[in-house]
Design a protein around this ligand. Structure first.
Ligand SMILES: Cc1cc2nc3c(=O)[nH]c(=O)nc-3n(C[C@H](O)[C@H](O)[C@H](O)COP(=O)(O)OP(=O)(O)OC[C@H]3O[C@@H](n4cnc5c(N)ncnc54)[C@H](O)[C@@H]3O)c2cc1C
Length: 422
């Protein structure tokens, strides 16, 4: 029986381990920490199990939904009310609905004019008058948007969205990673707005994101059970120091040899390309707050970077977004998640309460807080090393997000299984 060792038990490692096991490979998975899932994790706040990391997934290609369903989980659509944008301390409005990562598909639509003003919208409309090849060679996502639609759309619509989703400004993102097919569609259709309409039309109908009943962390539990049932050797608290084409060496010196070696995380290696490290803090409040029953800002808000008096970069009104969660909480109880760039200040709970108050436009008394937790996450500071004979998966190579990470893990498993066939 062929063998494989998978280093890293985040979602990427779990998915590729499962695919290889289904393909008849004997798999050992080595995870450094004492739990599986990586950035998909749970925490308990005010007695309720909640996602402490990822809480939804992009529906493009149907990849994640198909996996969740195959594991017996129930895929849930979010409240269609959608998210808002906080453009300045006292101006918030619903995010234009038909865009892609904030790029408007109809620059002169009323909701786009409301967002960026008539000047910003007219500049964006110039995109339709340019030739399709203008900026089509541009790999820098921010530059591409700026050249086609101008700085106002870039900073006021696209940057809040990518900072919310990818924790990076568009100028720090590769267009082919965050919006695959966009440059080709731009060339084909002749304008960025048209390219966005084409990509959206090709995506599955319905919402751009979905969730899992009970929380995304259910995916990890279900994968772990599935892997155990398939005989995968799951080893926790097994940090790996080195990998090569022949196997993985744990920091204890133990060597796990295998025919196939998969690296599903970035190992610390001093000679690797350094990319800007980011820390994200998620602050979660469970509130008894009847004033939020009407979901005053839909499913939440993205905040234009630099908005005075607000430190959070995004707020999710989780109990307005997910029906199953509202049902579990009961009347007048709400879950609010705020995300921040950087680490916690001292008075973190009070900061989160004040930001939630400003963003949601209602008073939130300190006494209404039933539970609070903050969790810090860091993005890898290094790109994963390229090692001959070692297969790379995970967000370091696939880009951030479950859809990208799971899609790549499945494709790489298919390739490996194909290669091993006589
Ligand atoms: C706060 C937050 C919210 C997010 N929200 C969403 C969302 O709503 N939707 C979405 O699609 N995406 C979201 N993401 C992104 C998504 O969670 C990640 O892109 C994805 O989970 C990454 O999975 P991964 O397996 O590549 O990496 P990770 O989850 O980082 O897993 C890597 C694993 O490798 C292990 N490891 C590290 N070093 C070693 C070693 N030396 N030896 C062995 N094991 C090692 C780690 O302990 C970890 O378990 C969010 C991310 C964060 C931080």
């Amino acid at each position: 029986m062929p063998s494989a060792v998978v280093v890293g038990g985040g979602i990427a490692g779990l998915v590729i381990a499962r695919e290889l096991a289904i393909g008849g490979v004997s798999v050992t998975l080595l995870e450094a920490s004492d739990r599986l899932g990586g950035k998909v994790a749970r925490h308990i706040v005010a007695g309720i199990e909640l996602d402490a990391g990822a809480e939804s997934f992009a529906t493009r290609n149907g990849t994640v939904a198909a996996l969740a369903t195959s594991l017996g989980l129930s895929v849930e659509l979010p409240n269609p009310a959608g998210a808002w944008l906080q453009a300045s301390p006292d101006r918030a409005f619903p995010l234009p609905k038909t865009g892609l990562l904030g790029i408007p598909s109809v620059p002169l639509a009323a909701d786009v004019i409301a967002a960026v003003g008539i000047g910003g919208a007219l500049r964006a409309q110039l995109d339709e008058l340019m030739l399709g090849f203008v900026a089509s060679q541009e790999r820098n996502f921010g530059e591409l948007v700026r050249r086609r639609m101008g700085r106002v759309v870039l900073e006021q619509l696209v940057a809040p969205v990518t900072l919310g989703i990818h924790s990076r400004h568009p100028n720090d993102l590769d267009v082919d990673v965050v919006a695959p097919g966009l440059r080709a569609a731009l060339l084909d259709t002749g304008s960025l707005a048209h390219a966005v309409r084409t990509l959206r039309a090709a995506a599955p109908a319905g919402s751009a994101v979905s969730g899992v009943e009970g929380g995304i962390f259910e995916l990890v539990d279900a994968l772990a059970d599935d892997l155990s049932a398939r005989g995968v050797d799951l080893r926790l608290s097994s940090p790996v120091g080195e990998v090569d084409a022949l196997g993985a060496t744990l920091t204890t010196g133990e060597i796990v040899d295998a025919d196939t070696v998969v690296l599903a995380t970035a190992l610390a290696a001093p000679d690797q390309t350094t990319i800007t490290p980011t820390t994200i803090t998620l602050a979660t409040l469970v509130l008894d707050a009847p004033q939020l029953d009407g979901a005053p800002r839909g499913t939440g808000l993205l905040v234009v970077p630099g908005t005075e008096g607000i430190r959070a970069k995004a707020l999710t009104h989780s109990s307005a977004k997910w029906r199953w969660l509202a049902d579990r909480l009961g009347a007048h109880r709400h879950v609010i998640r705020l995300s921040y760039s950087g680490v916690s200040p001292e008075a973190w709970r009070e900061q989160a309460r004040r930001d939630a108050e400003k963003l949601l436009g209602v008073e939130i008394a300190a006494s209404s807080i039933q539970g609070f937790d903050s969790v810090e996450w860091s993005q890898p500071a290094t790109a994963p090393p390229s090692i001959p004979g070692v297969t790379l998966v995970g967000e370091g190579v696939a880009g951030t997000g479950l859809a990208a990470v799971i899609g790549r893990a499945q494709r790489e498993a298919e390739r490996l299984l194909g290669d091993s066939k006589p």
